[in-house]
Design a binder for this molecule. Structure first.
Ligand code: MG
Length: 198
């Protein structure tokens, strides 16, 4: 008779891409021998990131690495690129590595005025060190002004370069908050990101 044993999967731990899988034989009329192999499985994990920075005079506005002509810029220890910060947090969250403040604290002078794209490249390296590959990045910018459309492609290319991903796997959206709240009043700009890694 045909004996079929169902494989049981033992996770070797969160964030691990490796799993112990029993190797089963299917033999007619005989007992099967069970052994184990370590095999790579392609788990998918998602992460979410959200950030808001205050708009002030005397600062350059940088979003997604694009320098955008505007009367105000975002305040922060780094270049305050709120879009890139949201992506960094989403990526770190997807692989269980905490948040951007943990890895790049604003109390550290070496991150003063640093390009956030550099932080994103370092975040990408951390994701890869965990054995994961970024599959796609979706984002949304919350801003009453300026218009984001003319800079969307530049942002997309900048992000793609930083995380070594095809630009087609990165999406950038923008919306206003219809004049509501601190963002609607023009006091700040926010961003959100969701990523998938496997
Ligand atoms: Mg930030």
């Amino acid at each position: 008779m045909m004996t079929i044993r169902i494989q049981r999967i033992f996770n070797t731990g969160i964030n691990s891409n490796f799993t112990l899988i029993p190797v089963c034989d299917m033999k007619s009329g005989t007992d099967t021998k069970l052994s184990y192999k370590i095999t790579r499985i392609y788990t998918m994990q998602i992460g979410i990131g959200y950030d808001v920075h205050r708009l002030v005079t005397g600062r350059q506005l940088i979003l997604g690495g694009a320098v955008i002509p505007f009367e105000k810029g975002l305040l922060g220890h780094s270049d305050a690129d709120v879009l890139v910060h949201a992506v960094c947090d989403a990526l770190l969250g997807s692989v269980g590595l905490g948040d951007i403040g943990l890895h790049f604290p604003d109390s550290d002078p070496k991150y003063k005025d640093i390009s956030s794209l550099e932080l994103l490249a370092q975040t990408n390296a951390l994701v890869r060190q965990k054995g994961f590959t970024i599959r796609n990045i979706d984002t949304i910018i919350f801003a009453e002004a300026p218009k984001i459309g003319p800079y969307r492609e530049t942002m997309q290319m900048n992000l793609a370069h930083a995380v070594e991903l095809s630009p087609g796997c990165i999406n950038i959206k923008a919306t206003t908050t219809e004049g509501l709240g601190v963002i609607g009043k023009g006091d700040g700009i926010g961003a959100m990101s969701v990523v998938l890694v496997s």
